[in-house]
Design a protein around this ligand. Structure first.
Ligand code: TF8
Length: 337
């Protein structure tokens, strides 16, 4: 009896010692619905494909991403609700559309906050950016990584916008949060919040005169077909964020989460590079497609900044001075280098 027990203990010990090396990853066969708002042929669509390929590779083909673009699963806001409820697993969308859920996301809508994409990378991937991302978890969402949407520029069907005065009388679609609404109202525009999925039709039917988005999106969503003027304002950088349903995420194994996090990091690095490369070429393409493009003088940009300065105080109030100052301090550090 004693010997037998000893033998059993020895076998068990040997077994446990061998286990970690022979341990097959704890990965189930899973179908993951991943929604996004832009066309498949866009920087967003390309990066979703990179994510899908990487997930398949890292999971030995067991985890399969079913990517659905062009808002076929709904607008950003509708998909967020589906994630929170557990009816959809993953998505990528604008942080601006998350402000109603996690007010701290409003930080990224601060006009003229970043001077370059690289500055944005450092802040978003740094302590404050990650802290804000993790706040989503209290609301039923898990943030994985930030992607670049890009610096936003103004388009419209009426006139070149070269000064603050030119905003007056323009009916502009804005993203669905108070920061964007307030910013464009202060500039004198008639701001209309609309989901991105309704934007092309709204422009085509002249329900609105204009909108603002990065060059990449103006191109991939074919806004040049319904917008004559493009004014280079670079007024804000608000990113995209890849999120998962927390309800679903909580049921995944550590290995499965690891696959998704690793693939998300690969997609992020690809996406930022791809987006920056495309942005450089997109402006020339938009010109070739017939858009009339104008720059805005530094003086006019300064006037814009002054006109919308009160928005900053409101954002600081909404996100709290600690987060606001942390980003300002980090930017000062970055700019010293
Ligand atoms: C916008 C954003 C869009 C996103 C996207 C559909 O204008 O810039 O890129 O919402 O996820 O709404």
């Amino acid at each position: 009896m004693k010997l037998k027990a000893l033998f059993l203990a020895a076998t068990l010990a040997a077994g446990t010692m061998v286990l970690p090396a022979a341990h097959a990853a704890d990965i189930q066969t899973r179908l993951i619905r991943f929604g996004y708002g832009l066309n498949q042929d866009s920087n967003q669509g390309r990066a979703v494909q990179v994510f899908a390929d990487e997930v398949a590779k890292l999971s030995g083909g067991k985890m399969k991403i079913r990517a659905v673009g062009a808002a076929a699963l709904g607008s950003d806001v509708q998909m967020q609700q589906a994630l929170i409820g557990g009816a959809q697993e993953m998505m990528v969308g604008s942080t601006a559309t998350l402000v109603g859920i996690t007010p701290e996301m409003a930080l990224w809508d601060t006009p003229f906050l970043f001077n370059s994409g690289e500055e944005a990378d450092q802040v978003l991937d740094g302590k404050t950016g990650q802290a804000i991302m993790h706040k989503l978890e209290d609301k039923g969402l898990v943030g994985l990584v930030y992607w670049e949407n890009g610096f936003r520029n103004l388009t419209n069907s009426q006139k070149p916008v070269t000064s603050v005065e030119d905003f007056s009388g323009l009916k502009l679609r804005v993203m669905q949060n108070n920061v964007f609404l307030d910013t464009f109202q202060r500039l004198g525009a008639n701001a209309v919040p609309l989901p991105f999925s309704e934007l092309f039709t709204a422009l085509e039917t002249k329900t609105v005169d204009g909108q603002e988005n990065p060059y990449n999106t103006i191109l991939s969503s074919k806004f040049y077909e319904v917008q004559k003027y493009l004014s280079i304002t670079n007024h804000v950088y608000s990113p995209w964020i890849v999120t998962a349903s927390k309800k679903w995420w909580d049921g995944l194994s550590a290995d499965e989460r690891d696959v998704l996090l690793k693939a998300a990091a690969v997609s992020r690095d690809f996406e930022r590079k791809d987006t920056r490369q495309e942005a450089d070429k997109a402006l020339a393409q938009l010109k070739a497609d017939g858009m009339q493009i104008n720059t805005v003088s530094p003086e006019a940009v300064q006037k814009m900044r002054e006109t919308i300065a009160p928005v900053n105080a409101q954002i600081e109030k909404a996100v709290g001075s600690d987060l606001w100052n942390a980003v300002q301090d980090q930017l000062k550090e970055i700019r010293k280098q």
